[in-house]
Design a protein around this ligand. Structure first.
Ligand code: LLP
Length: 399
């Protein structure tokens, strides 16, 4: 396991590379620690699961935009899925070739589209008729052709936190079949400025029920058939990201079994839909390979509750506060058998600033360090400097 005890000491990394008790000895401030080798391993596993299928993995930069991950993706031959001009520029700067970059998102600005089209990226996933019109105008002004795919909303109510479900008809994401057909007509009428690559989907994030993906693919088939009937044959079919991990355990076995099921669902469901299948995984590749280290400042016992007050909080990992996510929290040194039920909270001046509520922890003292597990994805990338706390440093186990 990536994060586990040997005796009373917690180790992190492949082959239990780092003894965290030693690592934190001279540490004062909270810190993100990543194992880049584990990230590469997850990428390779993903790749291997689809070895027999023409495909391309586009790492979802939003999960963690640190250049080290992007450079590694580029070295591994992968691409990037970006959702802003900032992410696009970062991916290009880190050596991801433009022909391996996909641009998603509902609100692409003129400037962002100009950058995307001028750079010659692989495809822009279009989320509205208005956006397509804007793309045509920008392409014309640059005298360049843009490649686009239409993000279809398959009206699937994915089982995940409502804030990160994106594939239902009431969500702001994607367009319905009728709008896709309207976009297709518009694009086919402007062949000099846009070339249609295919269709894309993304039904949400942290999805563990592979049936949700199967349903989305089933719902997409009639659309592709209608497009074919119009004489258009998709070259790419982008199934998005969203495959989840099991935050409740560090044992990846269950996850691997579920991933095998996911691979089967995609293989069957995407069969014959296009020449190349595109993926946009974020969390699955990067979540496990990071931890957030924080130090106990105070243990505050009240008649109602015990609070373990640490020097990190929702400004460095907002997932518990925003999505009621449960990240495992493990003391770097496990002392004795006694446990305490506590809320693990940060220093910020609001009650939403917690990392866990009502969890059982080994007894802790001031100065003890804690590791918050699975903080590789959507931790640093969603962090803030709220209350003017600086961003934590990031360190890597590289080899
Ligand atoms: N593609 C698109 C178009 C997306 O919007 C997303 C995530 C992904 C790919 C990658 O999804 P993943 O494989 O990482 O699930 N902050 C939330 C997650 C938000 C996901 C937003 N979109 C969290 O911490 O759970």
């Amino acid at each position: 396991m990536l994060l586990d005890y040997r005796g009373d000491r917690l180790y992190f990394g492949l082959d239990q590379r780092v003894c965290l008790a030693e690592f934190v000895e001279f540490l004062e401030e909270p810190l993100y620690l990543y194992d880049l080798r584990h990230f590469a391993r997850r990428y390779e596993r993903f790749q291997a699961a689809f070895a027999d299928l023409p495909h391309m993995i586009h790492y979802a930069v939003k999960a963690n935009a640190h250049p080290a991950f992007l450079r590694r993706v580029a070295e591994l031959g992968g691409g990037a899925d970006v959702v802003s001009g900032g992410e696009l520029q970062r991916a290009l700067d880190c050596g991801v070739p433009p022909e391996r970059v996909i641009f998603s998102g509902v609100g692409k600005s003129q400037a962002e589209l100009r950058l995307a089209i001028a750079s010659g990226i692989k495809q822009i996933n279009v989320e509205s008729v208005g956006e397509l019109r804007r793309i045509i105008a920008v392409a014309e002004s640059l005298n360049k052709q843009a490649r686009v795919a239409f993000r279809f909303n398959p009206s699937v109510d994915a089982e995940t936190h409502p804030y990160i479900a994106t594939g239902f008809r009431s969500h702001k994401f994607g367009i319905d079949a009728e709008a896709v057909m309207a976009c297709l007509s518009l694009a086919l009428a402007a062949p000099r400025w846009v070339r249609v690559a295919g269709v894309s989907l993304h039904i949400g994030s942290q999805i563990l029920d592979v049936g949700n993906f199967a349903e989305a693919l089933r719902n997409t088939r009639p659309l592709v058939a209608a497009m074919r009937a119009r004489g258009f044959h998709p070259a790419t079919f982008d199934v998005g990201g969203g495959f989840g991990i099991h935050y409740d355990t560090g044992d990846e076995t269950r996850e691997q079994d579920n991933f095998a099921r996911y691979a089967e669902v995609i293989r069957q469901g995407a069969q014959g839909l296009a020449d190349e299948i595109l993926f946009e995984p974020g969390r699955f590749l990067v979540a496990r390979c990071g931890i957030l280290l924080g130090r106990v400042e105070y243990v505050k016992a009240t008649p109602y509750k015990t609070f373990v007050i640490v020097n990190t909080g929702m400004h460095h990992l907002i997932r518990p506060a925003l999505y009621q996510a449960r990240h495992r929290i493990l003391p770097v040194v496990r002392r004795g058998e006694r446990t305490v039920t506590a809320d693990v909270v940060g220093p910020l001046c609001e009650s939403s600033d917690f990392l866990a509520q009502g969890i059982e922890l080994p007894e802790l003292r001031e100065g003890d360090w804690l590791a918050i597990a699975d903080a590789g994805a959507y931790a640093r990338s969603m962090a803030s400097e709220y209350n003017l706390h600086p961003f934590p440093d990031e360190r890597f186990i590289v080899e």
